[in-house]
Design a protein around this ligand. Structure first.
Ligand SMILES: N=CN[C@@H](CCC(=O)O)C(=O)O
Ligand SMILES: [Mn+2]
Ligand SMILES: [Mn+2]
Length: 318
């Protein structure tokens, strides 16, 4: 069974220059199996082409094409990276038929391989079941290299994704699955909508001591308070896994998702909070989930996802 596709030049097009002015000219396409041969690499994009978790969660499928759509928009963006910094596309983990569980295992293995090589992974979804897979990959790395490190998970999302996987994992279960495996579950969920999470989910969040920020306080007027809460969470942990579910953004900015949020948050505020996360120096790995190109309008959501990646790779201290 093929659970992996090599990076494709078809995803990387744009204006041409002589001096790598654009990211499609900067990116190096390196199959994941070849990363061990490389010297210092800063960033690698790894796709999670899977919407089986969304289907199981009664959502609208299409996120299987999310990773390639983000790469296509990112390639057209300007490159401001230092000449000696390496930026890779290492291909996609791909879901075959309905085999979500093996797809997750494959992503986990590849995330561990990137972290072992000191490469910062940027995983692109795909359904939010990417989060459980990504977490397993991070644990694979921490177990050997930093067994005492306390992991914190920061999720920008309209949803807790704390459903009980009684009937198998879905895009709605990743953080419940993680909670069951963690001795200390450090989970901060930013952008929670009361009109998108039922009573039982709030109850589970309370039982699991989840720290959450509701959507109505996700406003620039509350920036100082938001930064203080974020800082308090970051101080408690040694390293951070950041996951951004695009459906937390207002559908004015992110229509291309399974469960759109007309009352979601704005991109500018997320950039402000991302700056605090990057400045902490604790960010270990990140992903962007739930892009569904079938419902996108003029690639706006894919562009938003690409802009988030662009921001992180250019603002992160390395
Ligand atoms: N990953 C998404 N999770 C949401 C989906 C909500 C919806 O489809 O409306 C959830 O399970 O709550
Ligand atoms: Mn969501
Ligand atoms: Mn989610």
């Amino acid at each position: 069974m093929v659970l992996y596709t090599s990076p494709s030049p078809k995803n990387w097009n744009g204006r041409k220059s002589e001096e790598q002015l654009y990211l499609h000219e900067k990116v190096e396409l390196v199959p994941i199996t070849e990363i061990a041969n490389l010297k210092t690499v800063q960033y690698a994009l790894l796709g999670y082409a899977c919407d089986e978790g969304v289907r199981r969660n009664q959502g609208r499928t299409g996120a299987i094409n999310g990773p390639d759509a983000i790469k296509k928009m990112l390639g057209k963006m300007p490159n401001h990276l230092p000449k000696d910094h390496k930026f890779l596309d290492v291909g996609n983990v791909a879901c075959v038929e309905t085999d979500l569980e093996h797809t997750q295992q494959q992503l986990a293995k590849n995330i561990t391989a990137l972290l072992d090589q000191q490469i910062f992974p940027i995983a692109l979804g795909g359904g939010h079941d990417i989060a459980y897979a990504h977490y397993k990959g991070i644990k694979g790395y921490l177990k050997d290299k930093k067994p005492k490190a306390k992991l914190g998970i920061i999720n920008f999302d309209a949803h807790f994704d704390l459903r009980n996987p009684e009937n198998g994992p879905t895009s709605g279960t990743p953080f419940f699955q993680i909670a069951k495996e963690e001795k200390e579950f450090n989970y901060l969920c930013i952008g929670i909508r009361k009109d998108a999470n039922d009573k039982q989910l709030f109850e589970t969040a309370r039982e699991l001591d989840v720290v959450y920020i509701e959507r109505q306080v996700m406003r620039l007027n509350y920036l100082e308070e938001l930064k203080t809460w974020l800082k308090a969470f970051i101080e408690k942990v040694d390293c951070i896994y950041l996951t951004i579910d695009l459906d937390g953004f207002s559908s004015a900015f992110a229509p291309g998702v399974s469960a759109a949020s007309p009352m979601g948050f704005e991109p500018q505020l997320v950039l402000e909070l991302l700056t605090s996360i990057l400045d902490s120096g604790k960010l270990l790995s990140m992903d962007i989930a739930e892009l569904n190109p079938d419902y996108d309008i003029d690639n706006q959501t894919a562009k938003l996802a690409a802009s988030l990646v662009h921001f992180v790779i250019h603002e992160q201290p390395v």
